[in-house]
Write a new protein. Structure first.
Length: 240
């Protein structure tokens, strides 16, 4: 299945129409990152997907997501571990597919060889929620990496990745959405029914002895900040 999916994703990325590329760049994803991630417009392969789970959700060759944006998810070893499909015209829809390897591999949106090299070299990591929140990469220091956790969460595998690959003095800047859900997942909260304490991202990283800090800013999320005024507004809001 990995070979089938990888070939389909790479082929789709090579044949992305200008209007779809313009949409992605307009939403804030830097062009160099779009290219390295191999974001494209899904084109159904001529062969059937080998995995029944993919077929059940997306169709025999992905025809249910044909011409949707296809955002490959890469492992630290540079292997495809999944894909996020998103509509780019009309009503917003998102559908995800993960290979079995994602059960034990850290999955970040935006994890590319150049970002891994920056982390290895001692750069900081800026964590955001969604794929278009990677717009923050327009203004972060060149030596740093911006990664999306795929939502208002952090998984044990993602924590283990940061613990393993980041140098001791590097910092994780947590730039989750400024809504209630995002901030709860940054700082933790008490479950209203059970009274159980739910750890936030900061507590999970601190427990793993990873230096981290929350980033407060004006706006809903980095993508929304970009939409207001592009790179200049990002620099103003985040002080970068």
């Amino acid at each position: 299945m990995r070979e089938w999916l990888t070939e389909a994703l790479l082929s789709s990325a090579e044949d992305t129409p200008q209007e779809a590329e313009g949409y992605v760049l307009g939403r804030g994803l830097p062009s160099r990152l779009m290219e390295e991630m191999r974001v494209g417009l899904w084109r159904c392969p001529s062969t059937r997907a080998p995995d029944g789970a993919f077929v059940d959700r997306h169709g025999s060759s992905g025809h249910r997501v044909d011409h949707w944006l296809a955002i490959p998810l890469w492992s630290p070893r540079g292997r495809v571990v999944g894909v996020e499909f998103r509509t780019w015209e009309g009503e917003k829809n998102v559908s995800k597919y993960h290979l079995p390897e994602s059960a034990w591999a850290p999955v970040f949106v935006g994890l590319t060889p150049s970002h891994l090299d920056r982390i290895w070299a001692g750069g900081d990591v800026w964590l955001v929620e969604g794929v278009f929140d990677l717009a923050l990469a327009h203004v972060t220091p060149e030596r740093d990496a911006v990664l999306s956790t795929g939502g208002a969460k952090i998984t044990p595998r993602q924590v283990a990745f940061l613990q393993r690959f980041m140098v001791p003095n590097a910092m994780v800047h947590v730039v989750f959405d400024m809504d209630e859900t995002g901030q709860k997942m940054v700082h933790g909260y008490t479950h209203p029914e059970s009274g159980r304490e739910v750890w936030g991202v900061l507590q999970r990283l601190e427990r793993a002895r990873v230096q981290c800090r929350p980033v407060q800013y004006r706006g809903k999320d980095p993508s929304a900040v970009w939409a207001v005024g592009g790179e200049r507004h990002l620099r103003s809001v985040f002080g970068l």
